[in-house]
Design a protein around this ligand. Sequence first.
Ligand code: BJW
Length: 278
Amino acid sequence: MQKPNAATKQQIKRLRELVQEATRVAVLTGAGISAESGIPTFRDAQTGHWSKFRPEELATPEAFRRNPDMVWRWYAERRSAVRAAKPNAGHFALSQLETSVPNFTLITQNVDGLHRRAGSQRLIEIHGNILRVRCFGGCVSYADWVEAEARGFTGRQGAASHQGSTGHQGATGSAVPELGSVPRCPECGDYLRPDVVWFGENLPEAGIEQAFTATEQADLFLSIGTSALVYPAAMLPQTAVQSGATVVEINPEETPLSAMVHISIRGTAAVVLPQLVD
Ligand code: BJW
């Protein structure tokens, strides 16, 4: 078995050259880039009580309909972990890379917001963000759950924005919910839910379109810390190969992509990425 950081000097040197030569770079990240910030990867996230469940049984609208309290609790715990975490050297390296490449797009499947906190701006969060919440029925969205919680849903400006066509913005000031009790939409009384994309749900249309456009136009595509098992995100590196980009994977483990990319670097994101920008 290969060591977790078995990236060779030649591989790093070649990748640095590719980065310097590239004018259009697209990057896809997955849970692996946040592992070194202490956030378990999606498929490792099932610890303690949650080890009884497969993530596919929790991250679906059906699971939420069946047991909203349980799903809400799973997200509340993960949200606490995200709040406590800090971006790592891998996140910071990508935000630095953004400033040195003429055309750069960072596409993340992660819902933890750590790229933004590291300073990335040309960022598409294709699976949403765990700190935001929205109405299960679709009428309001809170941009920042921390703010919504702190305001006990009384702050109308800024925190809530309309998604639907009900015409007025409103919040009634219901009490801050206890951990594990699912808050209700102040507008229509339906449950609030995390603003993430669950299995079987469509990805935000504008975001996924931009992601595919950036991928098709890229001359260098980096796939970092993703198992490349979840679609349509997993199609992005395949699309990059088909569109003629040089495709590089950074992951301590082999994935279904490893055989099709041009360079597969066995290393962790926080170790490999800083070497591209220092
Ligand atoms: C490190 C590291 C370190 C560790 N450094 N690396 C085509 C074919 C087959 C199925 C489908 C298909 N099209 C659609 C589907 C169905 C489904 C799907 O893909 N299912 C698969 C399981 C087969 N897709 C969908 O349902 C999507 N919707 C859709 O397509 O809508 C149209 C439609 C509607 C109705 C029916 C059919 C189609 C939606 C997908 C939404 C995914 N959402 C989640 C949950 C988000 C909220 C939450 O977090 O709770 O997103 S699932 C989960 O997987 C999460 C992740 O973003 C995503 C990807 O996981 P990721 O990031 O790759 O993490 P891991 O844990 O799998 O891997 C970590 C990797 O890091 C590993 O490789 C490690 O080795 C590595 N690593 N340490 C670098 N330090």
